[in-house]
Design a binder for this molecule. Structure first.
Ligand code: NAP
Length: 506
């Protein structure tokens, strides 16, 4: 099998055709992560060939291409964190690592005949809807223009690194990088390393950094709840069974699915049900950390589930190691060679690793598309708040669809399930337009408003609002624009039919 690097290089070569003429296609997909590839694979399956994918990078995989930090792995079992139409029994671990997931996505793209539909190195910069033509005109950074009847956004939410606004960070003279842009050329051996942030990314790479660094200082603003988790290598016999017997694979997949779904009760209005899980997380701290001061620092004061629930057997032992210090004092400033905290202590540092997450609710700012009124999507949403119907369509932006759009993220199950429901819904929308001999579809404002009122009412009861924390699920106004409130089967039910009465179709 070709190495990842070789495959990336060959994909980069596919970008070189150049033309000044606009490129026309029926369906234009933005991004080739789980969302964009899934959409393209299903279009292929349904016999569509008139579509293209714009990909800003030189290979597929989205967040699973970009995040290459040591220990990067999915935190939903791979049997479920994969497409139902491309399920696999050969996953080597229960929670697969990033290289295996990236390879899976490359394989799906090749096997499903999608790779040749991707224009690599094409970063979307602007676009507008032409009412007279009923077409989208999109422009990429390289100056190419694309014209499409339908645009499907698969840009994802977790890919624009968030750097903290800390005074002096630009003055730092040592090595510094974000966890999503891991600099593998930096040797951490014998260095004084600082990690800022203690979320899902940090807990995965901290154990590796602790082993290499001379000293590790973990700057924690809010502790995370971390459940015990041992990642198992799947025995070869079980892999063979799951690979050869689709029914066994299906049963295993459904067990994972329903196990995860049960968490939705506690997250959505019955937060007392989260207490037993919280007790397990407390026990995880107690069994791993003997120092009472450190224990206290690491014990969250909010309800488990309010921030993403994490799992690791290695994180706490790495924090308890003699070369690690957890610092919970606020960072005041960064100097050329140190981090200064609010208690006045100056911590000399050689390398800073930012594990400070992503621009999530403002991540859609990159979709600078002007809709039917000429207003662009980010400005529109800055004024109205992020509002959609089912997280898939938004009023005034005809023929534009979102995969993993607003309020369809999850804190308890696989987002690939959500993506697949959205793909089916979008196909039905396109089919409806086609079968009516129409050109465009735009969601009715009243339908969108009803949907948003309903989910915000449900979210008000959820742990993300009442759990006593702030998180990236909330926008700058404290409104949850990220999470689907409820069971994922409820989302399946809400999206299984495309109701033309909810749309203006012309
Ligand atoms: P994150 O969960 O948003 O964590 C960011 C961390 O940085 C938090 O501890 C945050 O503290 C801290 N932080 C942010 N700004 C700061 C500042 N100015 N000063 C000090 N600390 C600051 O980001 P992430 O760990 O990259 O994970 C993001 C999401 O990606 C996850 O929730 C998950 O959905 C996904 N992810 C998944 C996996 C997986 O599947 N295994 C792995 C990695 C990431 P506060 O808590 O106080 O804000």
């Amino acid at each position: 099998m070709a190495s990842s690097t070789t495959r990336r290089a060959s994909r980069a070569a596919a970008t070189t055709d150049s033309t000044d003429d606009p490129i026309s296609t029926k369906i234009l997909i933005i991004g080739s992560g789980f969302s964009g590839l899934g959409m393209a694979a299903q279009l292929r399956r349904r016999g569509y060939s008139d579509f293209l994918i714009l990909e800003k990078a030189s290979s597929v995989g989205g967040t699973w291409r970009d995040n290459t930090y040591p220990g990067c792995a999915c935190d939903v079992p791979s049997l479920m964190y994969s497409y139902s139409f491309e399920s696999r029994g050969s996953w080597s671990k229960v929670w697969s690592s990033q290289p295996e997931i990236e390879r899976y996505l490359q394989d799906v793209a090749d096997k499903r005949g999608v790779t040749q539909k991707i224009h690599f190195g094409q970063k979307l910069v602007s676009g507008y809807w032409s009412e007279s033509e009923s077409r989208w005109h999109l422009r990429t950074e390289s100056g190419r223009e694309y014209i499409a009847q339908f645009v499907v956004s698969g840009v994802g939410a977790l890919h624009i690194p968030n750097f903290p606004e800390i005074s002096g960070i630009e003055d730092f003279k040592g090595e510094a990088f974000h966890s999503a842009q891991w600099d593998h050329s930096v040797d951490l051996e014998g260095k004084r390393v600082a990690v800022i942030g203690t979320g899902a990314s940090a807990i995965q790479f901290v154990p590796f950094v602790q082993k290499e660094a001379m000293s590790l200082k973990v700057f924690q603003r809010t502790p995370a709840w971390v459940l015990p988790r041992k990642n198992f290598t799947v025995p070869p016999a079980l892999r063979t069974l799951l690979s050869r017997l689709p029914i066994a694979r299906r049963i295993a997949r459904w067990s994972v699915y329903w196990g995860a779904e049960s968490l939705a009760f506690g997250l959505n209005g019955h937060s007392n049900l989260m207490r037993p899980i919280e007790r397990v997380a407390r026990w995880n701290i107690e069994r791993s950390i003997s120092d009472p001061v450190l224990r206290k620092k690491l014990t969250p004061s909010y309800r488990i589930g309010c921030k993403r629930i994490l799992g690791s057997n290695d994180y706490y032992p790495a924090l308890a190691a003699p070369n690690t210090t957890v610092i919970s004092d606020r960072i005041e400033r960064v100097t050329a060679d140190s981090i200064v905290t609010s208690d006045g202590v100056e911590h000399p540092i050689d390398v800073i690793i930012y594990a400070t997450g992503f621009h999530v609710t403002d991540g859609f700012d990159q979709l600078a598309l002007k809709g039917a009124t000429g207003e662009d999507l980010p400005s529109h949403w800055h004024q109205t708040g992020i509002n959609t119907h089912l997280g898939i369509t938004t009023e005034g932006f005809p023929n534009l669809f979102f995969l993993l759009g607003p309020n369809t993220g999850l804190g308890h199950n696989s987002v690939v399930f959500m993506i697949e429901q959205q793909i089916k819904y979008i196909m039905k929308a396109i089919d409806t337009v086609e079968s009516r001999g129409a050109e465009k579809v735009d969601v009715r404002p009243s339908v969108q408003e009803r949907f948003n009122t309903d989910i915000q009412r449900k979210l008000a009861k959820g742990v993300w609002t009442n759990g006593g924390c702030t998180s990236w699920y909330l926008d700058s106004q404290g409104v949850n624009r990220t999470v689907w409130p409820g069971f994922t089967w409820q989302y399946w039910r809400a999206t299984k039919d495309f109701d033309p009465a909810e749309y203006d179709i012309a």
